[in-house]
Design a protein around this ligand. Structure first.
Ligand code: ATP
Length: 351
């Protein structure tokens, strides 16, 4: 649904050049929630602004729903009509909501409908339907200043959906919200994604956001995507940095002659008593150094760091046993592979 290829953005100001995006390629499949995560300055905001052509990329292409937006003229407020029309299929929500304080909640949601030229009645009907969808029908006449942060973001979401977009871009939409409100806004995004088949691309610096709603994710650093893929596939990929950051497990070896093993449980393996079986069948004392259990992409996933007595070469059989159980097994500090990209085969049109 969204594809970028070789997307590069170089800002030039006062003789200095900053490469904010350096050949970014992402594929967001129709109907998925795709998270782009990275630290401040990684290029996330630039990416999202280039995807809806608020910024024109220096080079590379952006295709949304099969249409190459980079081939259309203009940018930002100076977009030509074909680009403005294409943008109608892309909704956007922001960290600070960007609501007009002089307009009521309903007036804010009606704004894009006015720009689209809808009549007064139709605008009101549509805005009220959208407010109902986000759970704010009884706040239609309130002004934004009377609303909580979570409610403001719901208005922002209703406004973003006014043009019936297929794609919703979210620029740190929950960063200004407390954890409880963040969860409820993410739940709403997930519901809209499922109910409307809406494709969501969100940028965030919070791993919890990726963990709770994203089907796929990309990790950005210094303008590049260093890892990307379906979250559940990444969790099963040895050496995945996203997996490690989503499920950090601490704890170092208690002595020199010890083997530390990181295990990722997912799918069916999450329900099996693997550790007790390992201990029984291999007659080995297993110490648990750290563990994390949660859901990611709607699936139960766990990571555990265990310690076995003896050096790694003495534990080949035990490690082999864990692998046979369908677990992802890594020995931290021993030849972790470099950046990985786990892209599922793209079968859907425009994916
Ligand atoms: N208009 C601009 N002019 C010059 N440099 C810019 C401009 N916008 C962004 N940059 C630079 O591009 C790089 C990427 O910035 P960007 O805002 O995309 O990162 P980010 O990952 O979204 O970070 P943050 O979460 O802090 O916004 C940074 O070095 C930033 O200083």
């Amino acid at each position: 649904m969204i594809t970028t290829t070789g997307l590069t953005k170089v800002y030039r100001s006062r003789g200095r050049e900053v490469t904010a995006l350096d050949g970014v390629g992402i594929h967001v499949r129709p109907g998925e929630v795709y998270g782009v995560i990275g630290r401040s300055g990684a290029g996330k905001s630039t990416l999202i602004r280039c995807i809806n052509l608020l910024e024109r990329p220096t080079s590379g292409t952006v295709t949304v729903d099969g249409q190459d937006l980079t081939a259309l003229a203009g940018r930002g407020n100076r977009a030509a009509r074909p680009l403005r029309l294409a943008r109608g299929g892309i909704g956007m929500i922001f960290q600070h909501f960007n609501l007009l304080s002089s307009r009521t909640v309903q007036g804010n949601v009606e704004l894009p409908l006015e720009i689209l030229g809808l009549g007064r009645r139709e605008r009101a009907r549509k805005a009220l339907d959208l407010l109902d969808l986000v759970g704010l029908a009884d706040h239609a006449r309130a002004y934004p200043s009377r609303l909580s942060g979570g409610q403001k973001q719901r208005v922002g979401i209703a406004r973003a959906l006014a043009g019936d977009p297929k794609v919703l871009l979210s620029d740190e939409a929950t960063s200004a919200l407390d954890p409880e409100t963040t969860r409820s806004v993410l739940r709403l995004l997930r519901d809209l994604n499922r109910q409307l088949g809406l494709t969501v691309l969100l940028i965030t610096h919070e791993m919890d956001v990726v963990k709770s709603v994203c089907d796929s994710a990309a990790l950005m650093e210094k303008g590049r995507v260093v890892e990307s893929g379906v979250v559940s596939d990444l969790l099963a990929t040895p050496g995945s940095r996203l997996a490690r950051e989503l499920f950090p497990v601490g704890g170092g070896a208690s002595g020199a002659d010890r083997t530390v093993v990181d295990i990722t449980f997912h799918g069916e393996s999450a329900d099996r008593p693997v550790i007790s079986r390992l201990s029984r069948t291999h007659d080995v004392d297993v110490s648990i150094l750290g563990a994390a259990m949660d859901t990611a992409g709607g699936r139960q996933v766990g990571r555990m760091r265990i310690e076995l007595p003896g050096r790694p070469e003495e534990n080949d059989a035990a490690i082999g046993f864990l692998r046979e159980q369908g677990l992802t097994v890594e020995l931290p500090g021993r030849g972790t592979p470099g950046p990985v990209a786990v892209e599922r085969e793209l079968t859907e049109e425009g994916a």
